[in-house]
Design a protein around this ligand. Structure first.
Ligand code: ATP
Ligand code: LTN
Length: 338
């Protein structure tokens, strides 16, 4: 068994991705990220992390951070990430992330770090600190430690990925081949779930309007209520079009949840109204999300199993990460004791 893991790890290309435990997950996080992460397990050697050290850059309440870290890990498993097949772990359980980030920081020109747009947005909102400034360097350490070939992320993370690539290339060039240069893996259009209340905005966990966002932990009744209240476009046709952003978003959700082609859905609803369409949409969404919610509640309430999953993940992640870190330390001239 151990040999099998070893050889598949060598053969299959490596995926690394992560989310911050900064709040409850939404349907957008599932459709735009987790669902892909689950599918990628069939082809890749996957490493999925809960980045709690990134989350502390804005000083969340400690009890809340602890809870949300375990919530997110449980949601990974509930969504279908298989701890027997993929590595699931918490960033702070692997000291090598902070250790490599230190080294990579010395290869990051001030000018390059200053260009990061997420830093500018976050420091406007939360006040600037050095941790927020070096956030993308820690992100590069996350990725490079595992020799990831591909990193599935949203469009907004492209700039951070570019920094990770530059750092890998710079280090490899300065010393010798050490890091795999990672490629971003950005889902195709359609993987952007829009708000149910303002369809020109993406669905976001931080939306103030509670009807705008479906959370993965929502009950079937919550989902029915939110879909019923979702805004629609003028006219009454169930037709996809760029001029009809609200209904286009709902049709895409129907397509994602049921697997039925958008054209076929449109045809079935010719002559029917929004009411019928929304009632069916709520049911297909419930069919997709209910098993996740049930598994989530089961795993989240089974502290011992969740702890074991994260312990096993931390063990494997430390093994892989330390292999890379040792190489780096050796190349830059740090003394290794006999
Ligand atoms: P916020 O709502 O506070 O802006 P967020 O929900 O975008 O945060 P992130 O931690 O930035 O949360 O995103 C985690 C992952 O989920 C990213 O890969 C991101 O691309 C994806 N994601 C988030 N919202 C959506 C959405 N509405 N549609 C598709 N993918 C999404
Ligand atoms: N910055 C990312 C979260 C993140 C990440 C990573 C994503 C931290 N480290 C490594 C991919 C790979 C975000 O805000 N979504």
């Amino acid at each position: 068994m151990a040999d099998q893991t070893q050889s598949s790890e060598q053969k299959r290309p490596i995926i690394f991705s992560a989310m911050q435990p900064s709040s409850e997950l939404t349907l957008g996080n599932y459709v735009g990220a987790l669902k892909h992460w689950v599918e990628l397990q069939a082809t890749y050697d996957c490493v999925y992390c809960v980045v709690d050290e990134h989350a502390v850059t804005i000083h969340p309440e400690p009890a809340k951070l602890r809870k949300q870290t375990l919530d997110l890990a449980a949601m990974y498993v509930a969504s279908g990430i298989d701890p027997e097949q993929s590595v699931i772990f918490v960033q702070s359980h692997v000291p090598a992330h902070a250790q490599l980030a230190w080294v990579l920081g010395t290869f990051t020109p001030m000018g390059e770090a200053s260009k990061m747009t997420q830093y500018k947005e976050k420091s406007d909102k939360h006040g600037a600190n050095v941790g927020l400034f070096t956030y993308p360097v820690l992100q590069a350490a996350d990725i490079l430690l595992y020799q990831a070939n591909l990193v599935p992320v949203g469009e907004d993370q492209k700039q951070h990925l570019e920094l990770s690539r530059n750092l890998a290339e710079r280090f490899n060039h300065h010393y010798s081949d050490t890091f795999t240069v990672p490629e971003p893996h950005i889902p195709k259009v359609g993987a952007r779930v829009m708000s149910l209340q303002e369809p020109e905005k993406k669905m976001s966990k931080s939306d103030e309007n509670s009807n705008a966002t479906i959370f993965l932990a929502d009950t079937p009744d919550d989902i029915r209520r939110k879909i019923k209240r979702a805004v629609t476009d003028s006219g009454s046709e169930i037709r996809y079009g760029a001029d009809r952003p609200a209904i286009a978003n709902l049709l895409e959700l129907y397509h994602i949840a049921s697997g039925e082609a958008i054209g076929a859905i449109e045809e079935r609803f010719v002559g029917k109204g929004y009411g019928d369409f929304k009632a069916e949409l709520a049911e297909v969404l419930i069919a997709m999300l209910s098993p996740i919610r049930e598994r989530y509640m089961q795993i989240r309430n089974d502290k011992a199993t969740l702890n074991d999953i994260l312990k096993k993940g931390a063990f494997e992640a430390n093994r892989r990460a330390n292999r890379t870190l040792r190489k780096v330390y050796k190349k830059i001239g740090l003394v290794e004791l006999e």
